[in-house]
Write a protein that binds this ligand. Structure first.
Ligand SMILES: Cc1cc2nc3c(=O)[nH]c(=O)nc-3n(C[C@H](O)[C@H](O)[C@H](O)COP(=O)(O)OP(=O)(O)OC[C@H]3O[C@@H](n4cnc5c(N)ncnc54)[C@H](O)[C@@H]3O)c2cc1C
Length: 416
Protein backbone atom coordinates (compact mmCIF):
# COMPACT_ATOMS: atom_id res chain seq x y z
CA UNK A 1 0.00 0.00 0.00
CA UNK A 2 2.93 2.30 -0.57
CA UNK A 3 0.94 4.73 -2.66
CA UNK A 4 -1.45 5.34 0.20
CA UNK A 5 0.99 6.26 2.91
CA UNK A 6 3.27 9.20 3.57
CA UNK A 7 4.02 9.07 7.26
CA UNK A 8 7.52 10.02 8.26
CA UNK A 9 6.63 10.32 11.95
CA UNK A 10 8.98 9.07 14.61
CA UNK A 11 7.17 6.43 16.67
CA UNK A 12 5.13 7.77 19.59
CA UNK A 13 6.16 6.95 23.14
CA UNK A 14 3.77 4.77 25.14
CA UNK A 15 2.63 7.87 27.04
CA UNK A 16 1.94 9.81 23.83
CA UNK A 17 0.04 6.84 22.46
CA UNK A 18 -2.08 6.78 25.62
CA UNK A 19 -2.83 10.49 25.20
CA UNK A 20 -3.77 9.87 21.60
CA UNK A 21 -6.05 7.02 22.70
CA UNK A 22 -7.79 9.31 25.20
CA UNK A 23 -8.28 11.93 22.48
CA UNK A 24 -9.91 9.44 20.09
CA UNK A 25 -12.06 7.97 22.88
CA UNK A 26 -13.33 11.42 23.86
CA UNK A 27 -14.10 12.30 20.25
CA UNK A 28 -16.10 9.11 19.66
CA UNK A 29 -17.96 9.56 22.96
CA UNK A 30 -18.88 13.15 22.09
CA UNK A 31 -19.51 13.08 18.36
CA UNK A 32 -20.85 9.63 17.43
CA UNK A 33 -24.64 10.19 17.16
CA UNK A 34 -26.39 8.39 20.01
CA UNK A 35 -28.79 6.44 17.83
CA UNK A 36 -25.97 5.15 15.62
CA UNK A 37 -24.03 4.06 18.70
CA UNK A 38 -27.05 2.23 20.05
CA UNK A 39 -27.75 0.48 16.75
CA UNK A 40 -24.18 -0.77 16.48
CA UNK A 41 -24.14 -1.85 20.13
CA UNK A 42 -27.25 -3.97 19.62
CA UNK A 43 -26.12 -5.41 16.28
CA UNK A 44 -28.68 -3.44 14.20
CA UNK A 45 -27.51 -2.35 10.75
CA UNK A 46 -26.96 1.45 10.48
CA UNK A 47 -28.63 2.98 7.40
CA UNK A 48 -27.15 5.36 4.84
CA UNK A 49 -28.29 8.47 6.75
CA UNK A 50 -26.54 7.15 9.87
CA UNK A 51 -23.35 6.60 7.90
CA UNK A 52 -23.48 10.06 6.34
CA UNK A 53 -24.00 11.66 9.77
CA UNK A 54 -21.02 9.86 11.31
CA UNK A 55 -18.69 10.10 8.33
CA UNK A 56 -19.39 13.86 8.17
CA UNK A 57 -18.22 14.20 11.77
CA UNK A 58 -15.04 12.29 10.94
CA UNK A 59 -14.56 14.34 7.78
CA UNK A 60 -14.78 17.59 9.79
CA UNK A 61 -12.18 16.23 12.24
CA UNK A 62 -9.92 15.07 9.34
CA UNK A 63 -10.14 11.40 10.39
CA UNK A 64 -12.18 9.82 7.62
CA UNK A 65 -9.30 8.33 5.61
CA UNK A 66 -6.42 8.32 8.11
CA UNK A 67 -4.20 6.02 6.03
CA UNK A 68 -4.31 8.11 2.85
CA UNK A 69 -1.48 10.48 1.95
CA UNK A 70 -1.64 13.83 3.71
CA UNK A 71 -2.32 15.72 0.50
CA UNK A 72 -5.44 13.66 -0.09
CA UNK A 73 -6.88 13.98 3.40
CA UNK A 74 -4.79 11.44 5.35
CA UNK A 75 -3.29 11.94 8.78
CA UNK A 76 0.28 10.60 8.57
CA UNK A 77 -0.39 8.39 11.60
CA UNK A 78 1.89 5.46 12.37
CA UNK A 79 0.49 1.90 12.14
CA UNK A 80 0.31 1.83 15.96
CA UNK A 81 -1.81 5.01 15.97
CA UNK A 82 -4.07 3.59 13.31
CA UNK A 83 -4.52 0.43 15.33
CA UNK A 84 -5.40 2.50 18.42
CA UNK A 85 -7.81 4.64 16.38
CA UNK A 86 -9.54 1.58 14.98
CA UNK A 87 -9.77 -0.02 18.38
CA UNK A 88 -11.28 3.04 20.03
CA UNK A 89 -13.75 3.51 17.20
CA UNK A 90 -14.91 -0.06 17.58
CA UNK A 91 -15.06 -0.08 21.35
CA UNK A 92 -17.05 3.17 21.21
CA UNK A 93 -19.56 1.38 18.89
CA UNK A 94 -18.71 3.24 15.71
CA UNK A 95 -20.06 1.52 12.59
CA UNK A 96 -17.55 0.13 10.12
CA UNK A 97 -16.54 2.92 7.74
CA UNK A 98 -16.97 2.57 3.98
CA UNK A 99 -14.31 -0.08 3.40
CA UNK A 100 -15.07 -0.36 -0.31
CA UNK A 101 -14.55 3.38 -0.71
CA UNK A 102 -11.60 4.02 1.62
CA UNK A 103 -9.78 0.68 1.59
CA UNK A 104 -10.34 -0.46 -1.99
CA UNK A 105 -11.15 2.03 -4.74
CA UNK A 106 -9.46 4.97 -2.97
CA UNK A 107 -6.08 3.19 -2.72
CA UNK A 108 -6.47 1.91 -6.31
CA UNK A 109 -6.98 5.42 -7.66
CA UNK A 110 -4.07 6.69 -5.56
CA UNK A 111 -1.84 4.09 -7.19
CA UNK A 112 -3.23 3.80 -10.72
CA UNK A 113 -5.59 6.75 -11.30
CA UNK A 114 -4.91 9.64 -13.67
CA UNK A 115 -4.52 13.11 -12.14
CA UNK A 116 -8.00 13.96 -13.44
CA UNK A 117 -9.49 10.84 -11.80
CA UNK A 118 -7.76 11.55 -8.50
CA UNK A 119 -8.78 15.21 -8.53
CA UNK A 120 -12.41 14.38 -9.25
CA UNK A 121 -13.06 11.24 -7.22
CA UNK A 122 -10.87 11.39 -4.11
CA UNK A 123 -12.31 14.67 -2.71
CA UNK A 124 -15.82 13.28 -3.31
CA UNK A 125 -14.91 10.27 -1.16
CA UNK A 126 -13.41 12.25 1.70
CA UNK A 127 -16.23 14.79 1.33
CA UNK A 128 -18.85 12.06 2.02
CA UNK A 129 -20.43 12.73 -1.38
CA UNK A 130 -19.78 9.44 -3.17
CA UNK A 131 -20.45 5.91 -1.91
CA UNK A 132 -18.95 3.06 -3.95
CA UNK A 133 -19.64 -0.60 -4.60
CA UNK A 134 -17.52 -3.38 -6.10
CA UNK A 135 -18.54 -5.05 -9.38
CA UNK A 136 -16.24 -8.07 -9.68
CA UNK A 137 -18.34 -11.25 -9.30
CA UNK A 138 -20.74 -12.41 -11.99
CA UNK A 139 -23.39 -15.15 -12.01
CA UNK A 140 -20.93 -17.54 -13.69
CA UNK A 141 -17.68 -16.10 -12.32
CA UNK A 142 -16.78 -16.00 -8.64
CA UNK A 143 -13.71 -17.94 -7.57
CA UNK A 144 -12.79 -18.20 -11.23
CA UNK A 145 -13.05 -14.43 -11.64
CA UNK A 146 -10.86 -14.25 -14.74
CA UNK A 147 -13.63 -15.98 -16.71
CA UNK A 148 -15.89 -12.91 -16.34
CA UNK A 149 -18.04 -12.08 -19.36
CA UNK A 150 -19.40 -8.55 -18.90
CA UNK A 151 -18.39 -7.01 -22.20
CA UNK A 152 -17.15 -3.45 -22.84
CA UNK A 153 -16.81 -2.40 -26.47
CA UNK A 154 -15.00 0.81 -27.30
CA UNK A 155 -16.89 3.02 -29.76
CA UNK A 156 -16.69 6.53 -31.14
CA UNK A 157 -19.63 8.95 -31.47
CA UNK A 158 -20.18 11.17 -34.50
CA UNK A 159 -18.70 14.11 -32.53
CA UNK A 160 -15.47 12.10 -32.06
CA UNK A 161 -15.95 11.37 -28.32
CA UNK A 162 -15.00 7.84 -27.26
CA UNK A 163 -16.77 5.63 -24.77
CA UNK A 164 -17.32 2.00 -23.84
CA UNK A 165 -20.67 0.29 -24.23
CA UNK A 166 -20.98 -2.13 -21.31
CA UNK A 167 -23.28 -5.13 -21.39
CA UNK A 168 -23.57 -7.82 -18.74
CA UNK A 169 -24.35 -8.36 -15.08
CA UNK A 170 -22.61 -8.32 -11.71
CA UNK A 171 -23.82 -10.22 -8.67
CA UNK A 172 -23.44 -10.28 -4.87
CA UNK A 173 -22.73 -6.55 -5.09
CA UNK A 174 -22.75 -5.37 -1.47
CA UNK A 175 -24.20 -1.93 -0.84
CA UNK A 176 -25.13 -1.27 -4.49
CA UNK A 177 -28.52 0.04 -3.31
CA UNK A 178 -26.71 2.92 -1.59
CA UNK A 179 -23.85 3.41 -4.04
CA UNK A 180 -23.32 6.36 -6.36
CA UNK A 181 -20.54 4.64 -8.32
CA UNK A 182 -19.46 1.08 -9.07
CA UNK A 183 -15.98 -0.07 -10.12
CA UNK A 184 -16.22 -2.98 -12.53
CA UNK A 185 -14.01 -5.53 -14.15
CA UNK A 186 -15.08 -5.85 -17.79
CA UNK A 187 -13.90 -7.84 -20.78
CA UNK A 188 -12.35 -5.65 -23.48
CA UNK A 189 -10.60 -8.36 -25.47
CA UNK A 190 -11.82 -11.90 -26.13
CA UNK A 191 -8.92 -13.00 -28.35
CA UNK A 192 -6.24 -13.29 -25.68
CA UNK A 193 -5.61 -15.26 -22.48
CA UNK A 194 -8.51 -14.54 -20.08
CA UNK A 195 -6.45 -12.40 -17.67
CA UNK A 196 -5.09 -10.25 -20.49
CA UNK A 197 -8.45 -9.09 -21.84
CA UNK A 198 -9.87 -7.44 -18.71
CA UNK A 199 -10.16 -3.71 -17.97
CA UNK A 200 -11.08 -1.72 -14.87
CA UNK A 201 -13.93 0.79 -15.37
CA UNK A 202 -15.63 3.34 -13.12
CA UNK A 203 -19.37 3.51 -13.76
CA UNK A 204 -21.85 6.11 -12.54
CA UNK A 205 -24.80 4.22 -11.02
CA UNK A 206 -27.23 6.80 -12.43
CA UNK A 207 -26.14 6.05 -16.03
CA UNK A 208 -29.00 4.92 -18.30
CA UNK A 209 -29.01 1.10 -18.50
CA UNK A 210 -27.94 0.42 -14.87
CA UNK A 211 -30.56 -1.40 -12.79
CA UNK A 212 -30.62 -3.45 -9.58
CA UNK A 213 -32.28 -6.53 -8.13
CA UNK A 214 -31.93 -6.77 -4.36
CA UNK A 215 -30.87 -10.18 -2.99
CA UNK A 216 -32.25 -10.93 0.47
CA UNK A 217 -30.02 -12.85 2.88
CA UNK A 218 -31.00 -15.80 5.08
CA UNK A 219 -31.61 -13.31 7.93
CA UNK A 220 -34.22 -11.42 5.90
CA UNK A 221 -32.36 -8.24 4.99
CA UNK A 222 -31.42 -7.19 1.47
CA UNK A 223 -27.74 -7.99 1.88
CA UNK A 224 -26.49 -7.55 -1.64
CA UNK A 225 -27.69 -7.10 -5.22
CA UNK A 226 -27.49 -8.19 -8.80
CA UNK A 227 -26.50 -5.22 -10.96
CA UNK A 228 -27.59 -5.27 -14.61
CA UNK A 229 -25.61 -3.29 -17.16
CA UNK A 230 -27.66 -2.89 -20.31
CA UNK A 231 -25.69 -1.06 -23.02
CA UNK A 232 -24.33 1.42 -20.48
CA UNK A 233 -22.23 4.21 -22.02
CA UNK A 234 -19.04 4.85 -20.03
CA UNK A 235 -16.61 7.61 -21.04
CA UNK A 236 -13.11 6.35 -21.87
CA UNK A 237 -11.84 8.80 -19.23
CA UNK A 238 -13.30 6.38 -16.65
CA UNK A 239 -10.86 3.63 -17.55
CA UNK A 240 -8.33 3.07 -14.74
CA UNK A 241 -4.84 2.13 -15.92
CA UNK A 242 -4.35 0.81 -19.44
CA UNK A 243 -6.99 -1.04 -21.42
CA UNK A 244 -6.65 -4.81 -20.84
CA UNK A 245 -4.51 -4.33 -17.71
CA UNK A 246 -7.43 -4.51 -15.30
CA UNK A 247 -6.36 -7.88 -13.90
CA UNK A 248 -3.19 -6.40 -12.38
CA UNK A 249 -5.26 -3.65 -10.74
CA UNK A 250 -7.87 -6.15 -9.57
CA UNK A 251 -5.22 -8.25 -7.86
CA UNK A 252 -3.63 -5.29 -6.13
CA UNK A 253 -7.06 -4.18 -4.89
CA UNK A 254 -7.64 -7.65 -3.45
CA UNK A 255 -4.45 -7.25 -1.43
CA UNK A 256 -5.83 -4.06 0.16
CA UNK A 257 -9.15 -5.81 0.63
CA UNK A 258 -7.69 -8.88 2.33
CA UNK A 259 -5.64 -6.79 4.74
CA UNK A 260 -8.87 -5.15 5.76
CA UNK A 261 -10.83 -8.40 5.76
CA UNK A 262 -8.82 -9.60 8.76
CA UNK A 263 -11.56 -7.59 10.53
CA UNK A 264 -9.50 -7.11 13.68
CA UNK A 265 -11.62 -4.20 14.84
CA UNK A 266 -14.91 -5.98 14.22
CA UNK A 267 -13.61 -9.11 15.94
CA UNK A 268 -12.61 -6.96 18.90
CA UNK A 269 -16.05 -5.42 19.19
CA UNK A 270 -17.78 -8.77 19.03
CA UNK A 271 -15.43 -10.31 21.57
CA UNK A 272 -16.03 -7.35 23.91
CA UNK A 273 -19.78 -8.00 23.65
CA UNK A 274 -19.23 -11.68 24.29
CA UNK A 275 -17.16 -10.80 27.35
CA UNK A 276 -20.00 -8.68 28.74
CA UNK A 277 -22.39 -11.60 28.13
CA UNK A 278 -19.98 -13.92 29.95
CA UNK A 279 -19.81 -11.54 32.87
CA UNK A 280 -23.55 -11.03 33.27
CA UNK A 281 -25.42 -14.09 32.03
CA UNK A 282 -25.74 -16.88 34.58
CA UNK A 283 -25.90 -20.64 34.23
CA UNK A 284 -26.37 -23.05 37.14
CA UNK A 285 -26.16 -20.17 39.60
CA UNK A 286 -22.84 -18.71 38.42
CA UNK A 287 -21.79 -16.38 35.58
CA UNK A 288 -20.76 -17.99 32.31
CA UNK A 289 -17.20 -16.89 32.96
CA UNK A 290 -17.16 -19.24 35.90
CA UNK A 291 -18.29 -22.14 33.74
CA UNK A 292 -15.28 -24.02 32.29
CA UNK A 293 -16.88 -24.69 28.89
CA UNK A 294 -17.43 -20.98 28.26
CA UNK A 295 -14.18 -19.76 29.76
CA UNK A 296 -12.10 -22.20 27.71
CA UNK A 297 -13.77 -21.29 24.42
CA UNK A 298 -13.66 -17.57 25.18
CA UNK A 299 -9.95 -17.68 26.07
CA UNK A 300 -9.10 -19.55 22.87
CA UNK A 301 -10.88 -16.87 20.84
CA UNK A 302 -9.09 -14.12 22.72
CA UNK A 303 -5.67 -15.66 22.05
CA UNK A 304 -6.50 -16.07 18.36
CA UNK A 305 -7.59 -12.43 18.15
CA UNK A 306 -4.43 -11.10 19.79
CA UNK A 307 -2.16 -13.12 17.48
CA UNK A 308 -4.14 -11.94 14.46
CA UNK A 309 -3.97 -8.29 15.62
CA UNK A 310 -0.19 -8.52 16.08
CA UNK A 311 0.24 -10.10 12.64
CA UNK A 312 -1.92 -7.45 10.94
CA UNK A 313 0.13 -4.74 12.63
CA UNK A 314 3.32 -6.31 11.27
CA UNK A 315 1.83 -6.30 7.76
CA UNK A 316 0.75 -2.67 8.14
CA UNK A 317 4.26 -1.67 9.22
CA UNK A 318 5.64 -3.40 6.13
CA UNK A 319 3.08 -1.66 3.91
CA UNK A 320 3.81 1.69 5.51
CA UNK A 321 7.51 1.33 4.78
CA UNK A 322 6.62 1.02 1.11
CA UNK A 323 6.72 -2.76 0.70
CA UNK A 324 4.22 -4.26 -1.76
CA UNK A 325 2.27 -6.94 0.06
CA UNK A 326 1.80 -10.16 -1.80
CA UNK A 327 -0.62 -13.06 -1.69
CA UNK A 328 0.27 -13.80 1.94
CA UNK A 329 -2.36 -11.21 2.97
CA UNK A 330 -4.80 -14.04 2.21
CA UNK A 331 -3.71 -15.58 5.50
CA UNK A 332 -5.15 -12.62 7.44
CA UNK A 333 -8.48 -12.86 5.68
CA UNK A 334 -8.59 -16.62 6.21
CA UNK A 335 -7.94 -16.38 9.95
CA UNK A 336 -10.03 -13.25 10.63
CA UNK A 337 -13.15 -14.50 8.86
CA UNK A 338 -13.05 -17.85 10.65
CA UNK A 339 -12.53 -16.12 13.98
CA UNK A 340 -15.58 -13.92 13.53
CA UNK A 341 -17.72 -16.96 12.77
CA UNK A 342 -16.50 -18.74 15.89
CA UNK A 343 -17.24 -15.67 18.04
CA UNK A 344 -20.76 -15.53 16.56
CA UNK A 345 -21.30 -19.23 17.32
CA UNK A 346 -20.18 -18.87 20.95
CA UNK A 347 -22.45 -15.82 21.34
CA UNK A 348 -25.44 -17.89 20.24
CA UNK A 349 -24.38 -20.81 22.45
CA UNK A 350 -24.00 -18.46 25.42
CA UNK A 351 -27.44 -16.90 25.04
CA UNK A 352 -29.14 -20.15 24.10
CA UNK A 353 -32.89 -20.18 23.37
CA UNK A 354 -33.10 -16.41 23.81
CA UNK A 355 -31.52 -16.08 20.35
CA UNK A 356 -34.33 -17.95 18.59
CA UNK A 357 -37.04 -16.10 16.71
CA UNK A 358 -40.25 -16.42 18.67
CA UNK A 359 -43.58 -17.22 17.11
CA UNK A 360 -45.45 -18.31 20.22
CA UNK A 361 -48.18 -15.69 19.87
CA UNK A 362 -48.42 -16.01 16.13
CA UNK A 363 -48.98 -19.70 16.71
CA UNK A 364 -52.07 -19.30 18.88
CA UNK A 365 -53.66 -15.96 18.10
CA UNK A 366 -53.49 -12.74 16.15
CA UNK A 367 -51.24 -10.23 17.90
CA UNK A 368 -53.17 -7.42 19.64
CA UNK A 369 -52.91 -4.99 22.53
CA UNK A 370 -53.33 -7.87 25.02
CA UNK A 371 -50.61 -10.02 23.49
CA UNK A 372 -48.58 -11.37 26.37
CA UNK A 373 -44.94 -10.43 26.64
CA UNK A 374 -42.45 -13.20 25.89
CA UNK A 375 -42.04 -15.86 28.56
CA UNK A 376 -38.28 -15.55 28.71
CA UNK A 377 -36.56 -12.28 29.44
CA UNK A 378 -34.15 -11.54 26.63
CA UNK A 379 -30.62 -10.24 26.90
CA UNK A 380 -30.27 -7.00 24.84
CA UNK A 381 -27.82 -8.77 22.47
CA UNK A 382 -30.09 -11.79 21.95
CA UNK A 383 -32.49 -10.53 19.23
CA UNK A 384 -29.75 -10.05 16.60
CA UNK A 385 -27.37 -12.84 17.71
CA UNK A 386 -28.73 -15.49 15.33
CA UNK A 387 -28.99 -13.24 12.30
CA UNK A 388 -25.43 -12.01 12.99
CA UNK A 389 -24.29 -15.60 13.12
CA UNK A 390 -25.89 -16.31 9.75
CA UNK A 391 -24.41 -13.16 8.21
CA UNK A 392 -20.92 -14.17 9.26
CA UNK A 393 -21.29 -17.39 7.24
CA UNK A 394 -20.64 -15.20 4.21
CA UNK A 395 -17.33 -13.90 5.58
CA UNK A 396 -15.41 -17.04 4.60
CA UNK A 397 -16.79 -16.66 1.05
CA UNK A 398 -16.69 -12.88 0.35
CA UNK A 399 -13.40 -11.51 -0.95
CA UNK A 400 -12.28 -14.99 -2.07
CA UNK A 401 -13.43 -18.17 -0.32
CA UNK A 402 -11.34 -19.97 2.30
CA UNK A 403 -10.69 -22.84 -0.10
CA UNK A 404 -9.27 -20.39 -2.64
CA UNK A 405 -7.15 -18.69 0.05
CA UNK A 406 -5.72 -22.08 1.04
CA UNK A 407 -4.90 -22.80 -2.58
CA UNK A 408 -3.20 -19.41 -3.13
CA UNK A 409 -1.20 -19.71 0.08
CA UNK A 410 -0.13 -23.25 -0.77
CA UNK A 411 0.96 -22.40 -4.31
CA UNK A 412 2.14 -18.79 -4.21
CA UNK A 413 3.49 -18.44 -0.67
CA UNK A 414 4.60 -21.94 0.36
CA UNK A 415 5.48 -23.03 -3.17
CA UNK A 416 3.77 -26.41 -2.74
C1 LIG B 1 -21.36 -11.46 2.06
C2 LIG B 1 -20.79 -11.40 0.67
C3 LIG B 1 -20.55 -10.17 0.08
C4 LIG B 1 -20.03 -10.12 -1.22
N1 LIG B 1 -19.84 -8.88 -1.79
C5 LIG B 1 -19.35 -8.80 -3.04
C6 LIG B 1 -19.19 -7.51 -3.67
O1 LIG B 1 -19.48 -6.47 -3.08
N2 LIG B 1 -18.73 -7.48 -4.94
C7 LIG B 1 -18.38 -8.60 -5.62
O2 LIG B 1 -17.92 -8.49 -6.75
N3 LIG B 1 -18.56 -9.84 -5.07
C8 LIG B 1 -19.03 -9.95 -3.79
N4 LIG B 1 -19.22 -11.19 -3.22
C9 LIG B 1 -19.01 -12.39 -4.03
C10 LIG B 1 -17.78 -13.22 -3.63
O3 LIG B 1 -16.60 -12.60 -4.04
C11 LIG B 1 -17.98 -14.60 -4.27
O4 LIG B 1 -19.11 -15.18 -3.67
C12 LIG B 1 -16.78 -15.50 -4.06
O5 LIG B 1 -15.69 -15.04 -4.80
C13 LIG B 1 -17.09 -16.96 -4.44
O6 LIG B 1 -17.63 -17.03 -5.72
P1 LIG B 1 -19.00 -17.82 -6.00
O7 LIG B 1 -20.03 -17.33 -5.03
O8 LIG B 1 -19.29 -17.67 -7.45
O9 LIG B 1 -18.71 -19.32 -5.62
P2 LIG B 1 -17.97 -20.41 -6.52
O10 LIG B 1 -16.75 -19.82 -7.12
O11 LIG B 1 -18.96 -21.02 -7.44
O12 LIG B 1 -17.54 -21.45 -5.43
C14 LIG B 1 -18.44 -22.40 -4.86
C15 LIG B 1 -17.68 -23.27 -3.88
O13 LIG B 1 -16.65 -24.00 -4.57
C16 LIG B 1 -15.37 -23.75 -3.99
N5 LIG B 1 -14.35 -23.67 -5.03
C17 LIG B 1 -14.42 -22.96 -6.19
N6 LIG B 1 -13.29 -23.13 -6.90
C18 LIG B 1 -12.48 -23.91 -6.17
C19 LIG B 1 -11.14 -24.40 -6.36
N7 LIG B 1 -10.42 -24.10 -7.45
N8 LIG B 1 -10.61 -25.19 -5.39
C20 LIG B 1 -11.30 -25.50 -4.25
N9 LIG B 1 -12.58 -25.06 -4.04
C21 LIG B 1 -13.15 -24.26 -4.98
C22 LIG B 1 -15.52 -22.42 -3.28
O14 LIG B 1 -14.59 -22.30 -2.21
C23 LIG B 1 -16.95 -22.48 -2.79
O15 LIG B 1 -17.01 -23.19 -1.58
C24 LIG B 1 -19.74 -11.29 -1.93
C25 LIG B 1 -19.99 -12.53 -1.33
C26 LIG B 1 -20.51 -12.60 -0.05
C27 LIG B 1 -20.77 -13.94 0.56
Amino acid sequence: MSATTTSSHTPMSAQELDQFRAQVRAFVAERLPQQVREKVRLGIEPNKADMIAWESELRDRGWLAPHWPLEWGGTGWSPAQRAVFQEEMVLGHSPELGGITFEMIGPVLLRYGTEAQKNFFLPKMTGVEHFWCQGYSEPESGSDLASLRTRAVRTRDADGSEHYVVEGSKIWTSGAQHADWIFCLVRTNTDVRQQEGISFLLIDMTSPGVSLRPIVGIHGWPLFNQVYLDKVKVPVANLVGEENQGWTIAKSLLEFERLNLARVAENRRRLAKLRSIGETVEEAGVTLFERPWFRRRFSELEVRLETLAATVLRFRVRAQSGERLGPETGMLKLVGSQLIQDIAVLTVDALGPQTLAWDRDAHFELPGPDTEPPLIERHPYAPTASSRRFVTRGYTIAGGSSEIQHELLAKQVLGL
